[in-house]
Design a protein around this ligand. Structure first.
Ligand code: AMP
Ligand code: GLY
Length: 420
C-alpha cells in the first residue's frame, strides 16, 4: 500500500515507525513530516489546509490510505473531501470530528446517550453564564467551546477565578462556554479504534499535562506519558466500552454521522465510576509514543480496516510490557519557547537498549538538528516495569546535548517506586 501520513510531531513520528513495520507498506509519504520521519518516509511540502492540493497529490501518487495525525485537518473536513473522491482515510468526517471540535456538542451526545460525565451548563452569553456560576458556585471548570490546543480550560477554585475566565471568553461575538462541575479522581487516556459501527479497545495511558514537577504550573500539550494505565483492569475497560464508547458510536450512527477513526476518551476515575472529561478524535500526543511500541499487531492493517468499516472482532494484541516517554521541551515552553538550539547525540541515544527517540519540533539546518517548537523530542523507553522504562528513558536523555532543553524528572511518579 501507498500511504500518506499527515502531521509533523512526535505522534506522527511514532505512527511512521509503526507503519514502517507493516508487510503491507510499499511507500510512505509524510506531509510535512520532520527530520526524524525523513528516515522512514518521503517528506513532502504539502499545505495540509489546502484540501484540493492534498487530494491532487493522492491521485497523482495513487495513495491507498491517508492517515491523519492532528485534529485541525479533521475538524476542517479533510476526510470528507478525500472520501468523496474515493481516497480512503483513517480519521473521522467533519461531522464526527465535532466530538473533539465542540465541547457543547459532546455534552449533548452524553445527555442523549446517557454517558456519565460532569454536570454542566452551556451558555452563549455572559449574563446566563454568570447566573450559572452563581448557582453552581466554586470550584467550577470553565471551558471555551471550539479547539483550543489544551488552553481553553480553566479549573477555577474560586468564583472570582471562574468569573475572570468567563469575562476573558466573552470578549467578542460568537463565544460560547461550557461550565461544569469539577470531577475528582485519577485521569486516564483511553483509546478505542472505531470503524463507524464497532469499536476495539486499543490501550490506555496516563499523561502529565502540567509543565512543572509535581504536576504544577500551566497546562501544556503533555510533558510525558506512560502506558498502560495500571488502573485500567479488564473489568474497567469493559465498563468504559459499555457505558461510554459503544453508546457514543450508537448515538453518532442514530444521527447519521458515524464515527470512524481513533476515539480517545479523557476519563476521570471518580468514586462513582469512570466519567468522560472530553473526547479527542485522533491519537494522543505523547500517548501514541507509548501506546504503539506495545502494539503487537500490524498498525497499517488496523487503520485500513477502520477506514473501510471492517474492523476485526478481536482487540489488537498488546505486549505485556510497559513504555514511558519523557518530552524534551525548549526553555520557555509553553509560553515562549526558545527555538533554534542545536541537538546532538540523537542517534547514539536511539541505539541504547529499549530506547526510541521521536522528533516533535525539529528541523535540519546545515547538517544539524535544531529545535523549532516547544516540544522538541520525545525519549521513550520500554521495560518490564515502569521503573525500568523510566531509568532507561532518563539514562538516554542524559546522553543528549541540547543547551536549551527542559524536561520533567518525575514522569510516571504515580507508578514508579524509585526516583531516577
Ligand atoms: P480538556 O481540554 O477538556 O481535556 O481539559 C483539560 C484538563 O482540564 C483535563 O485534562 C483535566 O485535567 C481538567 N478538567 C477538565 N474538565 C474537568 C472536570 N470536569 N473536572 C476536573 N478536571 C477537569
Ligand atoms: N496528550 C493529550 C492530547 O493529545 O490531547
Amino acid at each position: 500500500m501507498q500511504v500518506l501520513l499527515i502531521g509533523s510531531g512526535g505522534r506522527e513520528h511514532a505512527l511512521a515507525m509503526a507503519l514502517s513495520k507493516s508487510p503491507h507498506l510499499a511507500r510512505l509519504f509524510a506531509a510535512p513530516g520532520n527530520p526524524g520521519m525523513a528516515a522512514l518516509a518521503e517528506c513532502v511540502a504539502l499545505d495540509v489546509a489546502d484540501h484540493a492540493a492534498v487530494s491532487a497529490f493522492c491521485r497523482k501518487q495513487g495513495i491507498d490510505l491517508v492517515v491523519i495525525g492532528p485534529e485541525v485537518p479533521l475538524v476542517a473536513g479533510l476526510v470528507d473531501v478525500l472520501v468523496v473522491q474515493g481516497i480512503a482515510c483513517f480519521g473521522p468526517s467533519k461531522a464526527a470530528a465535532r466530538l473533539e471540535g465542540s465541547k457543547g456538542f459532546t455534552k449533548r451526545i452524553c445527555n442523549a446517550a446517557g454517558i456519565p460525565t460532569a454536570q454542566y451548563d452551556a451558555c452563549d452569553q455572559l449574563a446566563p453564564a454568570l447566573d450559572a456560576l452563581a448557582r453552581r458556585g466554586a470550584p467550577l471548570v470553565v471551558k471555551a467551546d471550539g479547539l483550543a490546543a489544551g488552553k481553553g480550560v480553566v479549573v477555577a477554585e474560586t468564583a472570582a477565578e471562574a468569573e475572570a475566565a468567563l469575562r476573558a471568553i466573552f470578549t467578542g461575538p460568537g463565544a460560547s462556554v461550557v461550565l461544569e462541575e469539577k470531577l475528582e479522581g485519577e485521569e486516564v487516556s483511553f483509546f478505542a479504534l472505531c470503524d463507524g459501527h464497532n469499536a476495539l479497545y486499543f490501550g490506555s495511558a496516563q499523561d502529565h499535562k502540567r509543565i512543572g514537577e509535581g504536576d504544577t504550573g500551566p497546562n501544556t500539550g503533555g510533558m510525558g506519558a506512560y502506558a498502560p494505565a495500571p488502573r485500567m483492569t479488564p473489568e474497567l475497560v469493559e465498563e468504559v466500552m459499555a457505558r461510554i464508547i459503544r453508546p457514543t458510536l450508537a448515538e453518532m450512527n442514530r444521527r447519521g454521522t458515524p464515527f470512524a477513526g481513533m476515539l480517545f476518551a479523557g476519563l476521570m476515575l471518580t468514586a462513582d465510576g469512570p466519567k468522560l472529561i472530553e473526547f479527542n478524535t485522533r491519537f494522543g500526543d505523547p500517548e501514541t509514543q507509548v501506546l504503539l511500541p506495545l502494539l503487537e499487531d500490524d498498525l497499517l492493517g488496523l487503520l485500513d480496516a477502520s477506514a473501510h468499516g471492517r474492523l476485526p472482532a478481536q482487540s489488537p494484541a498488546l505486549s505485556g510490557g510497559v513504555a514511558l516517554t519523557v518530552v524534551l521541551a525548549a526553555r520557555g515552553y509553553p509560553a515562549a519557547p526558545q527555538t533554534g538550539g542545536v541537538l546532538t547525540g540523537i542517534e547514539a541515544a536511539a541505539a541504547l537498549p529499549g530506547v526510541i527517540i521521536t522528533q516533535a519540533g525539529t528541523a535540519m539546518k546545515q547538517g544539524h538538528i535544531v529545535a523549532t517548537g516547544g516540544r522538541v523530542l520525545n525519549v521513550t523507553a520500554l521495560g518490564a516495569t515502569y521503573d525500568e522504562a523510566a531509568s532507561r528513558a532518563y539514562g538516554a536523555l542524559a546522553t543528549l546535548t541540547y543547551a536549551d532543553g527542559i524536561w520533567r524528572r518525575d514522569i510516571g511518579w504515580r507508578v514508579r517506586t524509585a526516583a531516577s
